[in-house]
Each structure stands twice: as structure tokens, then as C-alpha cells.
Ligand binder design. Structure first.
Ligand SMILES: [Zn+2]
Length: 361
């Protein structure tokens, strides 16, 4: 603020007497414009002090060390340099009438807003398989954000995050220019397969240790000693209006202890069926008198509801409370969300269950 007060004190006064007049000091004609007002507001909110100037090269180094397809790296560079044609940037270049985001019609569309904060972007992030949490630090730019992910979660997670930003931008363009909505799950799968294909092509054999490690991380992980792991999934058949539920129970050595499939009528939607799959998994485990379980699904909504991080008043809450009820019959039950790639075994059998009319354990 001081800087602005000083600037005002520097305004020269007229020598003769003149009638007082309101002038907007920040414009050379003394006229207020939304553009100059917005720029002042921006400066007051986030002064141009290069907050991370000291470690900026460190941040860029981190970005360039990422192993990503060239087009995604390029995208990252443009995003970090604030060169993406967001509404704000187009408006600054006088190509748009206002800087407001078309995704939410509420806020100025900065790069950060388009990729992380906009509700349209959040919808997609919600389905991201990554464990990265987007903080609400609005002052943090995209480069800061990536660096934070890199230093907190590691390089692989940062690579996935950048690739996901790219997918969010892709979906945003599709929405704006083609009027098409992208399916968040399909987008997440696209990002994953893109990265996997890239790493496979890049490291065919020699240094494939890193590659193997990536794949192992993405595969099923054994539960700790006294736990058994239950992977559940639901496959939907819209034509016949049925859902196939599937549960696979494995011991710490990865051996299948039990597997169960069941077909149910398709009711409310995918998440509802995923919750039913979770309930089915518990029933199978109960029949086997198991005591400590880790239940895994690729449906984040169900896990959030079960872990009480999210509430619901829709039909799904009945299934959730049934599951909570049944949970008491066990010594310990943990609910976890995992990427679809880790849940493939349960998923393919859930598909199989869609074809079968009965339930089987
Ligand atoms: Zn928005």
C-alpha cells in the first residue's frame, strides 16, 4: 500500500487555482477503466515481488527434469510462463471483452483458475487417481504448485499432475470450442495410458528398472500381515439395466482367498452400484468369518462417504449406512480408494458378473 501512497504524494499540484476534479491516477488520461482497476487490484492482492526468485531456477529445473511427452512438457512451459490463452490473457490482449471464466462465469480465468480452481476443473480433478490435494492457496501460481507436488509427493506424482493439468486444459478447450463435455474417468484413464505408453517407448529394456517400479506401484499392493485385502468393483450394463458386482479377497502373499460375483438391477447410478459392490464384498468376507480387512474400490465418492469426508442425502446414503452397520461385525475394516489400474482384476470379473444371472462365491 505504501508504494501507492507515495505515488499519490508525488502527483504535482496545479500552480493556479482550479476546481477540484476526480482523476484516476493509474491511467495516463486520468480516466478509470476496468482494465487498470483490475491490474491495481491484482497488484494489491499479489505484489509483483518475485516471492520465489531465489529458487526459481530450482523450480524450472524440477519441471524440465520431468519425463513427459514433448507436447505435455511444452504445455507445462506455456502454463508456467502464463502464456496459455486463458480469458484473462486474451482480455489483456484485447481479444476478449472480459476476463471472466466461461467454465463458472464467476471468476477471472487465470492459468491457475483454469487448471486447478475452477469448478469445471475440480470436477475432473475429483476423479484423478493421484493422491495430490489441491490447496486453496490462490496466490500460488502453477509453477509453485507443481514444485510443491514434486517436493512433497515425488517426481512420478508431479509428472502425473502435469499430465492431468494438460488433460484439464484439453477438456476446457473441448468444452469452449466444441461445446462437448469430457468424461472425467475417461480423461483420467487417457492420462494414465499416455504416460505409460511414453515410459514404455522410452525405456524399452536397459533402464527398465524404473519402468518396472512404476508398473508395480500401479498394481495391486499386498495388505500388511494380519489383514486381507478385498477389491470390489461394479460393471454397468445400461442396455439391460443391470450391474455386475464383484469382490476379490487376497491374502498378503497375493493368493486369492475368495471371489464373489453378483448381479443386481441397476438403480440410481454408477456410484450407487459401486457402493453395493462394497457391501457385497463385506458380505463375502463375513461368510468366510474374516476379521481384519482393507476394502479397496476405484470409486472415490464411495470411499469419501464411508470415511465421512463427504456427506450425502441421496439414495446412496442408505447403502453407506448399511455398510457402516456391517462393519461392526469385523475387528477392523479400512476403506481405501485406488486407481482403476490397481483394481483391474476385480473390474474384469465385475464385467463377467454382468453376464451371469446369479450370485456366486
Ligand atoms: Zn471458472
Amino acid at each position: 500500500m505504501q508504494e501507492y501512497t507515495e505515488a499519490i504524494l508525488k502527483i504535482p499540484l496545479p500552480r493556479g487555482q482550479k476546481v477540484d476534479e476526480m482523476l484516476w491516477h493509474y491511467d495516463k488520461h486520468g480516466e478509470y477503466s476496468v482494465r487498470s482497476g483490475y491490474q491495481i487490484a491484482l497488484k494489491l492482492k499479489a505484489p509483483d515481488v518475485p516471492s520465489n526468485s531465489g529458487s526459481n531456477s530450482k523450480r524450472w529445473k524440477a519441471v524440465w527434469s520431468m519425463e513427459l511427452p514433448e507436447k505435455i512438457k511444452n504445455f507445462m512451459w506455456r502454463a508456467a510462463r502464463n502464456l496459455l490463452p486463458t480469458a484473462e490473457n486474451l482480455w489483456k490482449r484485447k481479444c476478449l471483452k472480459d476476463p471472466i471464466c466461461q467454465g463458472c462465469n464467476r471468476e477471472v480465468e487465470t492459468v491457475r483458475h483454469a487448471l486447478l480452481d475452477c469448478k469445471a476443473a475440480r470436477k475432473i480433478w475429483y476423479h484423478a487417481t493421484s493422491s495430490v490435494q489441491i490447496s486453496n492457496a490462490q496466490n500460488q501460481d502453477i509453477l509453485d504448485f507443481i514444485y510443491e507436488v514434486w517436493s512433497t509427493w515425488g517426481k512420478t506424482e508431479a509428472e502425473q499432475t502435469i499430465a492431468f493439468c494438460w488433460a484439464v486444459w484439453f477438456a476446457r478447450n473441448k468444452r469452449i470450442f466444441e461445446g462437448k463435455k469430457s468424461d472425467p474417468r475417461a480423461l483420467a484413464a487417457k492420462v494414465e495410458s499416455l504416460l505409460e505408453a511414453y515410459h514404455r517407448a522410452r525405456k524399452p529394456d536397459a533402464s527398465h528398472i524404473h519402468n518396472v517400479k512404476r508398473i508395480v506401484q500401479k498394481k495391486w499392493e499386498p495388505p500388511p500381515g494380519n489383514f486381507l485385502k478385498v477389491n470390489v468393483d461394479a460393471a454397468i450394463n445400461n442396455r439391460d439395466q443391470v450391474a455386475g458386482l464383484r469382490a476379490v479377497i487376497k491374502d498378503p502373499s497375493g493368493k486369492i482367498v475368495a471371489a464373489g460375483t453378483k448381479q443386481v438391477p441397476l438403480r440410481v447410478g454408477v456410484s450407487f452400484a459401486e457402493a453395493e459392490a462394497m457391501e457385497w464384498g463385506l458380505q463375502v468376507a463375513k461368510e468366510l468369518s474374516l476379521s481384519a480387512l482393507i476394502m479397496e474400490t476405484d470409486c472415490k465418492e464411495v470411499v469419501d462417504l464411508l470415511n465421512n469426508t463427504k456427506g450425502s442425502r441421496t439414495g446412496i446414503s442408505w447403502v453407506i449406512s448399511d455398510i457402516q452397520e456391517q462393519r461392526r461385525d469385523f475387528k477392523e475394516v479400512k476403506f481405501r480408494h485406488i486407481p482403476r489400474t490397481c483394481n483391474t482384476c476385480a473390474h474384469s470379473l465385475a464385467k463377467f458378473a454382468v453376464g451371469a444371472n446369479t450370485s456366486a462365491v
